[in-house]
Design a protein around this ligand. Structure first.
Ligand code: XMP
Length: 606
């Protein structure tokens, strides 16, 4: 291994990658390993971190994974489930109970090197049902918390055997809410494991360049270049590895782009000197024909992904680009949301992970130089590679484009479950004094790491932003069957909302393009474009006025890695302008602001 590295064992969902990111921040390479990987795959690391798990319990059952890791003479640190497993493996006990949610104060006991440089009390983040209640020989308690208002100490919140170099934390140091979590991970990685911090973006570039050269050999790469952050950074990296002759860029207008997008992207590529082998195809007819009649979100995503490949293969043939590999700017969340690691559920099939592409990956025909990075890291890399600031800091735009922001419907009213959750919504509505109604349409979300396809709730009235967001949180906790809350920006709360039959058409896309353009202009006018991470505008086929006109939703969010998100506040003046401009578009009868966190909603609606 060219660098000192840490193996992070992925026991579940979305946690392991945050740990890996925190380790990389320390300039130490971190690689994800699956729990059942052969022991040979754990050799060569300077230390191992066991992640938490949303679905596994160390209580009662004998968890199946490669336990031979405990025989390796390297330090091991476990979080939450991983902590309980370490305790159990070395003769301790885990029992149900002692549940803690949210922030807690950790009182540090003794002077373990893992807490070096920290205070005697540290704010940590807890999320567990089960607890370690005793430890085996050679282990000791190095931290405890106090349970709620009871004053009862929660023992063994942190444990260690300094001689074995085994450590466990019941809390999650990888989340930002554990204030000095980064320092604790640093004490383990740099101190206890003795890793030398050699993993830098420069090294990353060198290594990726070398890997790309090896994979591609004397062939060429044909990269799908949308003009977004990821594919542009990928283009630059591939250009460095292969030289301009062997890199072809294909920009496809799939008919699902923003207003004037293709024109602007081609211009930016030219200015940036990426136009040596730049090809453009207007394939909007092919995409819209393939999408005709499709309604279900996953079906739409598959059609878009497949059509990209058909267009790509056709263009490669017609331009005589023989012996090519497919290049993509896939980044890590695209893989994980598609269920790309063993324990992750398919939340949505990203366009660059449809089955045809999975087959091509298996045949070694796909080059994805950014597939293990998060957006923040891609941007950092883009800066290093000299890509212009504006290109790097554009809002992310999904590969399937407006296709996942143009909801479709058979027009048949879906009120299954309404009888059960309407009374519960009415209770919360009365408690907050805010009118609320469930809408007869569904959108995609993510709950406890699993995909959900559920109804939004429309809130009305003029309560403060904070109160609306608080009420939305309350609704998600107390009412099952809903995964989004939107706040009505129209002049009155509608009395009745009906679904409209609608599919993907050029006319609806043009309407959405106009609405999206107004939102983007509004954000720029108010100086908010840079501080808001992403702001999808969504066209939803529901009507409030009996005239067949649709609903527009604006979804401004803050995020860092797209794995979680919080709704962003828009100033009332901007909301007023959007109300006037968007409700004046022919074909629009309603407007609302999405105030949903992720989870339980995803950033996109499909
Ligand atoms: P969600 O909606 O899952 O989105 O919270 C997380 C981030 O990923 C983007 N996204 C995609 N990007 N291909 C992409 O390249 C896709 O199929 C895709 N689907 C969602 C989304 O815009 C957000 O930034």
């Amino acid at each position: 291994m060219p660098h000192d590295a840490i193996a992070v064992v992925d026991f579940g969902g979305q946690y392991a990658h945050l740990i890996a990111t925190k380790v990389r921040r320390l300039r130490v390479l971190a690689e994800i390993r699956q729990p059942e990987d052969d022991i040979a795959r754990f050799r060569g690391y300077k230390g191992i971190i066991l992640s938490g798990s949303p679905s596994l319990s160390a209580f009662g059952e004998d968890s199946q994974y490669t336990k031979a890791i405990y025989d390796l003479d390297v330090p091991i640190l476990g979080f939450c489930f991983g902590h309980q497993e370490i305790a159990k493996h070395y003769g301790g006990t885990v029992t149900h109970g002692g549940r803690e949610w949210g922030p807690a104060d950790l009182q540090i006991v003794g002077d373990s090197p893992i807490f070096r440089g920290l205070s005697s009390t540290e704010r940590v983040f807890m999320s567990h049902f089960d607890s370690v209640t005793s430890v085996g020989p050679g282990f000791e308690e190095i931290g405890r918390t106090v349970l709620g208002d009871t004053g009862t100490p929660h023992r063994y919140a942190a444990i260690a055997s300094e001689s074995l170099r085994r450590y466990g934390f019941q809390f999650h140091p990888e989340v930002d809410d554990t204030v000095h979590g980064g320092e604790m991970i640093g004490n383990f990685v740099l101190g206890i494991c003795g890793c030398r911090p050699s993993w830098t973006m420069e090294r990353y570039v060198e290594e990726r360049v070398e890997q790309v050269r090896q994979q591609v050999g004397d062939q060429s790469v044909f990269l799908l270049a949308s003009g977004g952050v990821d594919s542009t950074v990928a283009a630059r990296l591939l250009g460095l590895a292969l030289g301009p002759e062997r890199l072809h860029l294909l920009h496809v207008d799939n008919g699902l782009m923003r207003k004037d997008e293709s024109r602007d992207v081609l211009e930016a590529f030219r200015q940036f000197g990426l136009d040596r082998n730049l090809h453009f195809v207007d394939a909007s007819d092919a995409f819209l024909t393939a999408l005709a009649g499709a309604v279900e979100p996953e079906q739409k995503r598959r059609i878009i992904g497949n059509t990209f490949i058909e267009v790509f293969e056709r263009e490669a043939r017609s331009r005589g680009i023989a012996q090519h590999l497919l290049g993509q700017g896939t980044i890590y969340p695209d893989t994980i949301e598609t269920g790309g690691t063993k324990r992750a559920d398919t939340i949505k099939t990203h366009h660059n992970r449809v089955p045809i592409i999975e087959d091509m990956i298996a045949q070694g025909r796909v080059v994805e130089p950014l597939a293990d990075l998060y957006k923040v890291e891609v941007r950092e890399l883009g800066e290093k590679l000299g890509i212009p600031h504006d290109l790097i800091w554009r809002h992310p735009f999904p590969g399937p484009g407006l296709g996942v922001r143009l909801l479709c419907s058979t027009g048949v009213e879906d009120r299954a479950g309404f009888d059960a959750f309407e009374p519960a919504i009415a209770d919360v509505s009365a408690q907050y004094g805010v009118p609320a109604m469930a809408l007869p349409i569904k959108s995609v979300g993510v709950k406890a790491d699993l995909r959900s396809y559920e109804h939004p709730v429309l809130l009305g009235g003029s309560a403060s932003w904070e109160r609306l967001v608080e009420m939305a949180g309350h609704l998600f906790k107390s009412v099952s069957g809903i995964n989004r809350a939107i706040w009505n920006l129209g002049p009155t709360m509608p009395a009745r909302v009906r679904p409209l039959a609608a599919t993907v058409t050029r006319e609806r896309l043009d309407l959405l393009r106009e609405a999206d353009h107004l939102v983007m202009e509004g954000l720029r006018r108010h100086g908010l474009y840079a501080s808001i991470w992403q702001c999808p505008t969504v066209l939803v086929p529901i009507e409030v006025d009996g005239a067949g006109r649709e609903f527009v939703i604006v979804r401004p969010i803050h995020s860092e890695r797209a794995m979680t998100a919080t709704p962003a506040f828009l100033p009332p003046a901007l909301c007023d302008e959007l109300r006037t401009e968007i409700l004046a578009l022919p074909g629009v009868s309603g407007l609302a602001l999405d105030i949903t966190t992720k989870p339980p909603g995803t950033i996109e609606w499909e």
